[in-house]
Design a protein around this ligand. Structure first.
Ligand code: CUA
Length: 195
């Protein structure tokens, strides 16, 4: 690369080092420019990609009739064993509580959560497990997870939902699969017992 002429400087040592500095600065400017351009390209690509392709499974529910009919009426909430053997937990969130306030699930068994919200965006995480989702009015959130250990976990709301947000939490009792089966046979819906 030929050194560009620096005004006011003749040939010599100063001129050569100035040319080296300019070349180095140009290299770094090009590198930074390429990094910024690739970040911008990624942002534009992911933005367009997600706008063009919404999530593959969106399940909606009518908030106005949530309490009156359908899957999320009060006596259908909680944990059940479905006819096909799957363990399903149904819950709803509202300012500022979960219904039910205490969930029972079996350990070492896949458990599917199905939840929604009535008023604002809520969310929950179960203790130190990977059970973690948002609950959005009008949509059913669902995921399946397995709780490895028996024990009681706290389940706080983790989306800011109003002035009572920090007081919004429920409990999850993880019991042994044998005890869960026994209690599921005794009653259709398994609910918490004081322990
Ligand atoms: Cu509900 Cu925060």
């Amino acid at each position: 690369m030929t050194a560009p002429t620096v005004p006011g400087q003749g040939p010599g040592h100063d001129h050569a080092s100035a040319a080296v500095a300019i070349a180095a600065e140009r290299r770094w400017a090009i590198l930074v420019g390429l990094i910024i351009a690739s970040l911008l390209a990624m942002m534009i690509f992911t933005g367009l990609h997600w706008a063009a392709m919404p999530p593959s499974r969106v399940e909606t529910v009518d908030v106005t009739t949530l309490h009156i009919k359908g899957e999320f009426v009060e006596n259908n909430l909680g944990t059940v064993i479905e006819p096909d053997g799957r363990v399903i937990v149904r819950l709803i969130a509202q300012q500022y509580s979960f219904t039910p306030q205490c969930l029972v699930v079996p350990a070492a068994t896949p458990v599917t959560f199905r939840g929604t919200a009535t008023d604002a965006i809520h969310g929950f995480i179960v203790g130190r497990t990977n059970a973690n989702t948002m609950l959005i009015p009008g949509f059913v959130s669902t995921f399946t997870t397995t709780f490895p250990k028996v024990g009681e976990q706290l389940m706080p709301c983790h989306e800011y939902c109003g002035t009572g947000h920090e007081a919004m939490w429920a409990r999850v009792q993880v019991i042994s699969p044998e005890e869960f089966l026994m209690r599921a046979r005794a009653s259709e819906r398994v609910s918490c017992v004081p322990r």
